[in-house]
Design a protein around this ligand. Structure first.
Ligand code: PRP
Length: 183
């Protein structure tokens, strides 16, 4: 059954079946690359919850699942660190392969700081997968190891991504109308 596009959205960027297909491909690729390894998927709250759930269920190797949450002060911050960890992972990571699971990489600040933070816990390795990448917005020298879709610089919502805590539950990814976030 087709869905009616929400009035706040300009268009659908990635529909449900396109996302499903690409997530399945990423799950297969990760399962091959990490076969025989002790792997933990580390979801970054809140935006990654849909992607992590589908990715984990598509993978064919045993997995640990953990979560981190952080809040960003932005790149212009003068208050010391640019990112504070508001929820740390809870499990043992030493000797394990951590895969940070992101919904989107924008400036790269979150991924840069989280990679450094988790590396300091002495896991076997820290790797990164993101569903969406906006390379044109990058401010930090970091690129995710695995990317679902490289997208243009538009305000996207759905499949975990929000605008003011709305739209996360949508099964597709849409472009928010400018009038919604500029008013
Ligand atoms: C988003 C996204 C990444 C980060 C990417 O999280 O989930 O964690 O921003 O941006 P960056 O590359 O510029 O650091 P957000 O802070 O919106 O929180 P949320 O996941 O709870 O929506």
């Amino acid at each position: 059954m087709g869905r009616i596009l929400l009035p706040e959205l300009e268009r659908v960027l990635l529909d449900e079946s396109t996302i499903k297909q690409r997530v399945r491909e990423l799950a297969e690729e990760l399962s091959l690359d990490f076969k025989g390894k002790d792997v933990v998927l580390v979801g970054v709250l809140k935006g990654s919850f849909c992607f992590l759930a589908d990715l984990a269920r598509g993978m064919s190797i045993p997995l640990g699942i953990d979560f981190v949450a952080c809040s960003s002060y932005g790149l212009e911050s003068v208050s010391g660190g640019n990112l504070s960890i508001t929820k740390d992972i809870s499990g043992v990571v030493q000797g394990r392969e951590l895969i940070i699971v992101e919904d989107i990489v924008d400036t790269g600040l979150t991924l840069r700081e989280l990679t450094d933070f988790l590396s300091s816990k002495q896991p076997a390795g820290v790797h990164t997968v993101t569903l969406l990448d906006k390379p044109s917005r990058r401010r930090m020298i970091i690129d995710p190891d695995y990317v679902g879709f490289s997208i243009p610089d538009e305000f996207v919502v759905g499949y975990g991504l929000d605008y003011a805590e709305r739209f996360r539950e949508l099964p597709y990814i849409g472009v928010l109308r400018k009038e919604v976030y500029l008013r």
